[in-house]
Design a protein around this ligand. Structure first.
Ligand SMILES: *[C@@H]1O[C@H](CO)[C@@H](O)[C@H](O)[C@H]1NC(C)=O
Ligand SMILES: *[C@@H]1O[C@H](CO)[C@@H](O)[C@H](O)[C@H]1NC(C)=O
Ligand SMILES: *[C@@H]1O[C@H](CO)[C@@H](O)[C@H](O)[C@H]1NC(C)=O
Ligand SMILES: *[C@@H]1O[C@H](CO)[C@@H](O)[C@H](O)[C@H]1NC(C)=O
Ligand SMILES: *[C@@H]1O[C@H](CO)[C@@H](O)[C@H](O)[C@H]1NC(C)=O
Ligand SMILES: *[C@@H]1O[C@H](CO)[C@@H](O)[C@H](O)[C@H]1NC(C)=O
Ligand SMILES: *[C@@H]1O[C@H](CO)[C@@H](O)[C@H](O)[C@H]1NC(C)=O
Length: 402
């Protein structure tokens, strides 16, 4: 157990904004999932990662563009050179023969630096294609959230992870569920806000708040001066049941503190993985009951376990062989199905910026990631690919203020 916790601490520093902690079975901060994840990652290089590495192979990296600013048509030349380099990055023609290299943060930062310089354009056909792939596997529109529609009274529902175990849907549980899918989709513009330190001084708050629907992870702070960078609008926020246990003593007391702390989310949905692990259930239900008891503005809803299982299976076929997906990645996947445009903020699993400045673990704590970043979350490379394919837009740095 001690080893697991130590690993959790180490991994915690790697996972940054991807909101991984909350699905842990035992409040140990997601250690279990990531223990397996790391083994899988170090065992063999996932295909996607190799692709990304291949993209950064010297032959293709070539740049620095010749910068002769005095040449009359330099801009035109630069633009077209840049465009062809971007095209190269985009078109996924990454030679698989490039020999494996160990993960290096600098390699990734190089790739991200290149991506950052490319103009992003939505590719509606790619988007439609990917969305329909997701719809046929997972169907977030109907199955993202447990509702009375997909969770019959009297049935025995399998847990997402402890899937040999079932929970009997009693009258009391059934009544906690919304009648049908509670989200008023489709949304036009969605923001998925991760918690990465990259958001500090980003000035992204106004842009985030302009979105039609804002997803957040793990009850992050949004009030005070930080809202300039992260916004203060929240429509849905995930909750890690282990926070409820640790910070609010399972809501056996501290109910008012909890209610005060979540007041900043207005009428948001609090999304809990009640049916992922048996140990999540009681705390999740307690959140629901507490909100009802105090007629709070927020509403507790629960992930539908089969949706998460199908989603994990979907990503497994794409090379993400994680034991668990992170909540940030789950939310991102759902957002692609539920929204017409998806933009991601605060996803930055690196210890420094492109320019080399240290980036803190979360925007709300100053804990720097430990050195020796061995395992790049495979999910992030998928997100980079979705960005590259014009399916969603990843905001890398500061938001332009106009
Ligand atoms: C830059 O462009 C100017 C004008 O075309 C040319 O005279 C000069 O030699 C170029 N310098 C370099 C370093 O290429
Ligand atoms: C400069 O580049 C632009 C676009 O690349 C092109 O349309 C234009 O003809 C070029 N001008 C000269 C003088 O080469
Ligand atoms: C893929 O890359 C190889 C070598 O880099 C090149 O020969 C080939 O033409 C490329 N294929 C496409 C479809 O771009
Ligand atoms: C991105 O563009 C900036 C400014 O044009 C340039 O200084 C930088 O080297 C470029 N980065 C990469 C990785 O191409
Ligand atoms: C649910 O499981 C219980 C035992 O745990 C069993 O008695 C019951 O028949 C099951 N109900 C359904 C609908 O499968
Ligand atoms: C953010 O900006 C403030 C003032 O503009 C500066 O003091 C601070 O160091 C910056 N923080 C980061 C993380 O860049
Ligand atoms: C959110 O921030 C805006 C300014 O960016 C402010 O006008 C508004 O009152 C804030 N909302 C809350 C709930 O604090």
């Amino acid at each position: 157990m001690r080893a697991v916790l130590a690993l959790a601490a180490l991994l915690g520093s790697l996972l940054l904004c991807l909101c991984l902690g909350w699905l842990s079975a035992d409040g140990s901060g997601g250690a279990r999932g990531w223990e397996k994840e790391v083994r899988a990652t170090t065992g063999g290089t996932p295909r996607v990662m190799r692709s990304l590495r291949a993209a950064s192979a010297p032959a293709q990296l070539e740049p620095p563009l010749a910068t002769n600013r005095t040449a009359p048509n330099q801009t035109g030349i630069q633009k077209s050179e840049q465009a062809s380099k971007c095209k190269e990055l985009w078109n996924n023609n990454w030679s698989s023969s490039i020999k494996k290299k160990r993960y290096s943060e600098d390699y990734y930062l190089q790739i991200v630096g290149k991506l950052q310089n490319c103009t992003w354009k939505k590719k509606p056909q790619e988007y439609a294609r990917f969305r329909s792939e997701l719809a046929s596997c997972c169907d977030a529109a109907h199955n993202f959230i447990a509702s009375q529609n997909n969770t019959p009274l009297g049935s025995n529902m399998s847990y997402e992870v402890d899937n040999k175990k079932t929970i009997h849907i009693t009258e009391d549980i059934f009544r906690m569920l919304p009648e049908s899918q509670p989200l008023d989709y489709p949304f036009k513009n969605c923001a998925v806000v991760g918690n990465g330190g990259i958001l500090k001084n980003s000035s992204c708050g106004a842009e985030i708040d302009k979105s039609d629907f804002v997803f957040r992870c793990n009850l992050p702070p949004t009030m005070g001066s930080i809202s300039q960078d992260v916004g203060n609008k929240t429509n849905l926020v995930t909750v890690n049941p282990s926070i409820i246990a640790q910070k609010y003593n399972k809501l056996n007391e501290k109910k008012l503190t909890f209610l005060e702390n979540i007041a900043s989310y207005g009428e948001a949905f609090l999304l809990l993985p009640a049916f992922s692990f048996r140990s999540n259930t009681a705390a999740s239900f307690k959140v629901h009951q507490t909100l009802k008891e105090f007629s709070a503005k927020q509403e507790a809803i629960f992930f539908y376990p089969r949706y998460l299982r199908n989603l994990a299976q979907f990503w497994r076929t794409k090379g993400v062989k994680a034991y668990r997906l992170s909540s940030g990645f789950m939310i991102t996947s759902a957002a692609v199905e539920l929204c017409e445009n998806v933009k991601l903020y605060g996803f930055w699993p690196f210890s420094k910026s492109i320019e080399g400045a240290p980036i803190s673990h979360h925007y709300y704590d100053n804990q720097l990631p430990k050195p020796g970043f061995h395992a790049m979350p495979k999910e992030y490379s998928q997100i980079l690919q979705l960005h590259g394919r014009g399916i969603l837009k990843l905001q890398f740095g500061k938001c332009l203020t106009d």
